[in-house]
Design a protein. Sequence first.
Length: 241
Amino acid sequence: MTEGLLVRREGPVGWLVFDRPEAGNAMDAAMMEALPAAWSDLDEDADVRCIVVTGNGSSFQTGLDVKQLSRDPAALKAMSRRTRANDLRLTAVHCGVQKPVVTAVNGVCAGGGLHFVVDSDLVLASTTASFLDPHVSLGQVSAFEGIGLARRAAFGDVARMVLTGVHARVTAERALQLGWVGEVVPPDALRQRAQHIAEQVAANDPTAVRHRRWALWAALEDVDVRRVRLATAGPTAGDAA
């Protein structure tokens, strides 16, 4: 679809792959511009019943490409405005995607990359994956990512990662213990496993999946509706209970 972002379908599973391995798959202006359309294409494809997110190379997703954005003042200003207004358009939840999302963390997941973990329905990781939040070490504020993780996992470990910045790197095994991920597999088995899990989800009735997914997210987000755009994905009068 665009340089740095690959979109494809394998049977009932849609794949969204970060493809800037030389930059740690960091999000430049082009990728951020393309993400909403990529999510929309997969969500509107009637043949896609589940979506997998992963990255090429040794990193999964390392957040904003600050160096590139510094050379694009307009894009940097727009991103800052969206962050202040809590109007991010990066993840499936941000973009109101109605289909379930499996995230396969293949390597380093840092900073803004944590959004994709927080906003996924199911998460698995390779044994080489790691998680960190370097914002504080760069003199920046980390808010949404840490808050989202704290709501899904133990507060103390999230606080340590957020407050110590580059000095705290969480391994895949520790992330499994914390509940950030549901499964850890060898690197060469990650995509096959993600495809298999997504196919298991896709085998179920899509209306039933949508209802149950909506109910789970509604329960998690009942006191933090600012970040969620799932209202359009919720049960409608025409849906079966």
